[in-house]
Design a protein around this ligand. Structure first.
Ligand code: NAD
Length: 267
């Protein structure tokens, strides 16, 4: 069975990879996509955009031209994604959200929308990263009482949000496993610790440099030893192929709020 998919944000760094991944996936039929009208398309093949019926777009109402798609894949911006959710809900479409940086309040709006439509919210669609979430859970269960739990992430200089959605999710998995509230125990931008430290905290450190695709490490450290769990992405295709997997899976799902752990059967 082929699933009819539309890509929202075709001209972006991820959008270009998503188009390629859709063409490579034997069960995905790419029927269209959207670009922001003001995009400059530098280095992008406009012929290919035209070939998939991508449309210039400034408002979500213009998504009406894409109603033949069953599943939408959105890697745009927070504002655009929130508009796209409203449109997909109204038109009974499933939505894979790859956009990152939502506030807790926005995530609860997304969860409410999922009562009426199937949504996968995936701040990281890479299969390896989602396996890493599982490894973090197992590790935190076994040695979560180690004194220092720190999360490090590095991305390219254009990334807008920090820490990354993936780093926050890593912290969330560890906090949930240890019964802590991440809102209360996260420490951002920690630059070295002096004196006594609070055993409850989870520290986050961020680097933005050059063209780094995405690197994440969790440290579980004590005096005498440490465990580091690291994932390094070297190509955006890894995210794009994971997003196709999510779209295919979501085409069969009931209304509800899902993540990549559901898609990959890791729950
Ligand atoms: P980008 O800035 O290169 O691309 C975003 C694109 O969306 C731009 O081309 C922009 O013109 C377009 N856009 C904005 N509003 C739009 C609208 N209303 N309609 C159509 N297009 C619109 O950014 P990127 O690196 O491709 O990342 C996009 C998002 O995906 C970010 O939030 C990023 O953090 C996230 N991301 C997620 C994953 C993942 O695995 N989930 C991986 C990489 C990036």
């Amino acid at each position: 069975m082929k699933v009819k998919v539309a890509i929202l944000g075709c001209s972006g760094r991820m959008g270009r990879n998503l188009i390629q991944a859709a063409h490579e996936h034997e069960n995905i039929d790419l029927v269209g996509g959207s670009v922001r009208a003001s995009s400059s398309f530098v280095g992008f093949d406009l012929g290919e955009l035209a070939g998939i019926g991508a449309i210039g777009l400034t408002a979500s109402t213009e998504l009406n031209q894409l109603t033949s798609a069953d599943v939408f894949i959105d890697f745009t911006s927070i504002e655009a994604t929130l508009e796209n959710i409203a449109w997909c809900k109204k038109h009974n479409k499933a939505l894979v959200i790859g956009t990152t940086g939502f506030s807790a309040e926005q995530i609860s709006l997304i969860k409410t929308a999922s009562d009426l439509m199937p949504i996968v919210l995936a701040p990281n669609t890479s299969v390896g990263v989602n396996l890493m979430f599982k490894l973090l859970e197992v590790t935190a269960k076994a040695i979560g009482d180690y004194t220092d739990i720190e999360i490090f992430e590095a991305h390219h200089r254009f990334k807008k949000d920090a820490p990354s959605g993936t780093a926050v999710k890593m912290g969330q998995v560890i906090a949930d496993t240890l019964g802590r509230d991440l809102n209360k125990c996260a420490v951002y931008g920690r630059e070295g610790i002096t004196g006594e430290r609070d055993k409850e905290t989870i520290g986050f450190a961020t680097v933005r440099a050059g063209d780094i695709v995405g690197e994440h490490t969790a440290f579980f450290a004590d005096l005498g030893e440490r465990i580091e769990i690291t994932h390094k992405a070297s190509s955006r295709m890894t995210f794009a192929l994971g997003a196709m997997r999510a779209a295919f899976w979501l085409s069969e799902a009931d209304n509800g709020f899902y993540d990549m752990q559901d898609v990959l059967g890791l729950k």
